[in-house]
Write a protein that binds this ligand. Structure first.
Ligand SMILES: [Fe+2]
Ligand SMILES: [Fe+2]
Length: 288
C-alpha cells in the first residue's frame, strides 16, 4: 500500500486536468425536446439521428432481450413511439455519457468488451429493479449499471502508464485488478468514476453506485441501487457472460441478499439462476 499522499496525487492530478470530457450536447437537446408538449417526434428523430452511433446503440438496447420489449424495434421513429419519453431519455443519457469518454481501443482493451459489460449490467439492473418491485429505481439502475465502470475508461485515458503497470502487476502477482489499482494508483476505478460523476453533477445515487459497487457494505445511502448493481455486475462473472477482465475475482458481498429482501443467499441464488439464459441471449444480441 502506498502513502495517502500518493492517493491525493492521483485524485489531484484528475482535479487539475483541463481537458476532462464535458456532458454531451445531444443529451441537453434531447432532454429539452422531450419536455415540449406535444413532443415533436420529427425534430427528436433528426436530433438523435445525426449521431449514427447513438442511433445504433438505442436500437441495440431496445432490442436486447433483457430490456424486455415485446416487439422488434427496427427504426428510430418506432423506438421513439414505443419507448416513450422517459425510457428514451434514460437510454440517450446513458449512451451519450458513456460514449463521450470513449477511449481508443488498445491491444489490451477492447471497447466492445466494455460496452457489452456495461449494457448487460445496465439492462439487467433495470430489469431486476422492476422484478423486485422497485420500478421507480429502474431508470437510475439502468444508468448506474451502464456507467458503473466508467472509472476504468478514465484510468486508460489519463493514466495510461499506470494502467499498463496495473496489468503487469495483475499478471505477475496474481492479485485482482482492483487490488492492483489500489497498489499502483492508491485509488480504484470506483473513486475515479465517482469523481467524474460529481464533476458532471450527476445524481447522488449514481455517484454512490460508482463509489461502492465493489463494496456495498460501505454505502451509507442508496443501498438498494448499489446492491442491485453489485449483484448484476457479479452475475456477469458468475455466468461468464459479458464479464470484464477488470472485475475478475471480485468478491460477492452477501449483504446485498439482505438489502434486497431475500430470506437467504440461497434464495437470491435461485432468483439469479433464472437469468443465465437471458444474459446469454442478450450478450449475443449486442454485437455492434
Ligand atoms: Fe467495477
Ligand atoms: Fe463491472
Amino acid at each position: 500500500m502506498q502513502s495517502t499522499s500518493q492517493k491525493s496525487n492521483t485524485m489531484s492530478s484528475l482535479e487539475n486536468l483541463r481537458n476532462l470530457p464535458t456532458i454531451p450536447k445531444v443529451m441537453f437537446e434531447v432532454s429539452s425536446l422531450l419536455k415540449e408538449n406535444p413532443i415533436n417526434n420529427h425534430k427528436l428523430c433528426n436530433t438523435i439521428g445525426k449521431d449514427q452511433g447513438l442511433t445504433t446503440k438505442i436500437l441495440t438496447i431496445a432490442n436486447s432481450p433483457l430490456y424486455g420489449l415485446q416487439r422488434k424495434v427496427s427504426s428510430l421513429e418506432f423506438a421513439i413511439l414505443l419507448l416513450g419519453a422517459e425510457e428514451l431519455e434514460s437510454i440517450v443519457t446513458a449512451v451519450s455519457l458513456s460514449d463521450t469518454i470513449k477511449f481508443n481501443a488498445s491491444s489490451t482493451f477492447k471497447y466492445m468488451e466494455y460496452w457489452k459489460h456495461s449494457m448487460l449490467v445496465g439492462t439487467a439492473a433495470r430489469d431486476i429493479a422492476r422484478r423486485l418491485g422497485m420500478p421507480e429505481l429502474a431508470g437510475d439502475a439502468f444508468l448506474a449499471g451502464m456507467m458503473h465502470d466508467v472509472g476504468i475508461q478514465l484510468i486508460i485515458k489519463y493514466f495510461p502508464n499506470q494502467y499498463d503497470q496495473i496489468l503487469k502487476t495483475v499478471e505477475d502477482s496474481k492479485i485482482s485488478f482492483l487490488e492492483a489499482e489500489q497498489k499502483i494508483l492508491d485509488a480504484t476505478h470506483q473513486e475515479i468514476g465517482k469523481f467524474l460523476a460529481q464533476k458532471w453533477s450527476l445524481p447522488q445515487g449514481l455517484c454512490d453506485v460508482l463509489e461502492y459497487h465493489h463494496r456495498p457494505q460501505d454505502a451509507k445511502q442508496n443501498t438498494m441501487l448499489v446492491s442491485i448493481v453489485h449483484l448484476t455486475d457479479y452475475m456477469t462473472q458468475q455466468f461468464e457472460c459479458g464479464h470484464s477482465f477488470w472485475d475478475k475475482n471480485v468478491l460477492f458481498d452477501p449483504i446485498v441478499s439482505d438489502i434486497l429482501g431475500f430470506s437467504s443467499v440461497e434464495e437470491l441464488g435461485s432468483f439469479t439462476a433464472d437469468y443465465k439464459e437471458v444474459f446469454e441471449d442478450a450478450a449475443e444480441s449486442l454485437t455492434l
